[in-house]
Each structure stands twice: as structure tokens, then as C-alpha cells.
Design a protein around this ligand. Sequence first.
Ligand code: BGC
Length: 401
Amino acid sequence: MSIHIRRPVISLVAALTAAASLAACGGNDDSNDGGSGSAKVTAACKLDNPPKSGAAAPTDLDLGKASGKVGVILPDTTSSTRYELYDKPLLAKALKDAGVQADIQNAQGSVQKFASIAQNMIGDGVDVLIIDSIDAASGASVEKQAAAAGIKVIDYDRVNLGGSAPYYVSFDNEDVGKLQAQTMLDCLEQQDVSNPKVIIMNGGTDVDNNAVLFSKGAHTVLDPLKKDGKVDVVGEQTVLGWKNENAPQPFAQTLTSADGVVEGVVAANDGIANAIIGGPLTDNGLAGHVVITGQDASVEGLQNVITGKQSMTIFKDVKLEAQAAAQLAIALIQGKDPASVGLTLSDFSDPKDPNHKIQALLLPAQVITQANVKDVVDAGALTQEELCKGIEDACAELGLS
Ligand code: BGC
């Protein structure tokens, strides 16, 4: 997996443009003239050549139709808006297109509810269960019950380590973390910020292996630079359970211990970024003056990018993820080996259990900055109206109107 790491040294024209835009943006937040080192940074970032994912693009397969029943369980509606905005409708469409009957439910963050939905679906005789679990232990327990009833399980987006599902469909999550950290550095470099002070806000590493992988990817980029004294990681925190409301307090604490100076924040997703922007960054006059990452291309995240409060988001085209899961489900219903019908799966190791063999399909993700917000619209994820509702002027300034 290769990520394009370094940008050529910033040109004089680019430096002058950056300086001009800094001057222009400097007035955005009048409360920030307290001499903080962050006053010179602007969150707005227009990378015309952002880092790219190393994961392979998916192949367009048409596996025809299958008859059968598929149950889908999504984890919650609050750690990210993606589940209601993207996963639910796109899975419904992909499964309908596949000809199967779909029952898609959301566990609303409750492991008890997750288990009871699963029991009902198993009792209802679904052929395949597609699960995006709240945590690995409860996911693994559903997998066991499904296996006992002869039902195949696909781990969707989040893998259940220590579980038994043989299939996993997701994005290249380690790559996502690399893209977040690298884009943060590139946005800072574009503004000539050297030796940036950085805070890492991890997602729910206590519940979700994806959060662990995002963090691992970010560290792969940042650790060597930290060692060479080129990046100063002033703190790292976990947003327990991916709950957005758990983000502001540990961030504020870290900011205080760093004397109120931060130039870059690796925030694991848009919800966390938004909680930090609207909370401690605003409280400290730093909103719009810190390069801050995100993930999920949520409406709120994209709007924060457009209005210059958030520097980037990661667009994971859930349509592709839903289609891949639906294709895999069809193959399993038809009793076919997924590889034999053209689904390219690779081995994914389970560090909790070397005997747990997992075949994974990992999709590429894309970096979105102010320079390419339109890509999300072009991919059909959102309409321009949805994206620009309430921020029409900011959209027009970016040519989105
Ligand atoms: C997903 C992210 C999401 C996060 C919080 C992760 O497993 O991959 O897209 O933002 O969970 O729900």
C-alpha cells in the first residue's frame, strides 16, 4: 500500500497566495489575538493534489439476482450520521437490486437491542446476516448464534476480532488514518507551518477495531516525523465509545496542558471534529485557525469544510461498500465461492485469534478538501442542494452553485 507522502516544496506564488489567504482569514475570528501560536493558521485547505489511497479500486460486478432474505444490523445513529444518511438507503438499494428481501435495522447504540434484533432475524430465517457491530464481543456472540442456525455472517465496515465471521467488507481503514494525518501535514505545509503542534483525537478504540486502524495509520505517518523533531504531538486522546459528546473534555484538557497552542488536529471523524470545533476550539478563539481532519463526508462535516472550519473529510463511497456486501451476500446465498464469481478478497488477520480466517474486501477512500468537495456530489452521495443548504454564499465562493 503506497501513499504519496511528500509534496514538492511550496512555490513562491503558492506561498504568497497562502499568506494572502491567511491575512484574509485571520479576521474570521476576532477573539483570537491573544498571541497564541495558532493565530497564523487557517483551517480552510485547498489541496489540489491531496494524498491518495493505496487500496485497489473495486471491480464493477454484476452477479445477477438471487432470491432469499438478508438481515442487516447497523450500530447507532449518533456516532456518525453515515448510518442513516448513507448505509441504510444504499444497502436497501443494493439488496433490492440484487433481488433479495432485506430487513435493515439500527440497534441505536444498545448491545441488548443489537442482540434481540439478531435473534429475531435468525428466527425469521434470513439466509445471510450483514452486521456492523457496536463492539466486537456482542458482534461475535451474534455470529456464534447465526452459525449455529446455519446462517452466514458478513462483518460490515467493522470487523469482529475474536469472532467467527469468515467475511469482512470495509474500506482500507489503516489507509484512512494515513490519509488524515498526511492531509493535515500537507495543509499545514501549504501554509508554511513548520514543526506543528498536533493533537490526536482517536475514535472509539475501546469498542471498534476501525478506530484502532485509523490511529495506527495516523501514527505511521506522524511517528517518524515526531522522532526527527518535525512534528510535536502534544497529546493524544480516545473518544470513548465513539460518542461525540466524549470529545470536548479530553481535548480541552490537552489544549490547556499545551498552553492553548495547537496547529493541527487529527480528529477521527466528522462528528468528533464538529464537537471540538463547536466546543473547545470556539471557546478558545481557535475555530477556523487550526487544521483539523474528519471522516464520513457527513453534511455537517462537508459544510464545515466549505465554511472553512474543518480542513478535510474522508469520503468513503458507501454505495460501493453496500454493493460489495450485496454481491457477497448473493454469492453466499447461491452457495458460490466469492472468488469464483470475481470478488477479489484478501486475507485479513485476526490478532485476537490466529485460527479465525477472514477474507476481506477493502475499498479505497478519498480525501476531500475545499478544492474537490464537488466530487462527493459527482459521485451521487449528496445533491448540491443538500450540501449547500443554509451556506449558499460559502458554496458560491467555492464555485458550488
Ligand atoms: C466507521 C466510521 C464511523 C465510526 C463511528 C467506524 O467504524 O468506519 O465511518 O465514523 O465508526 O461510527
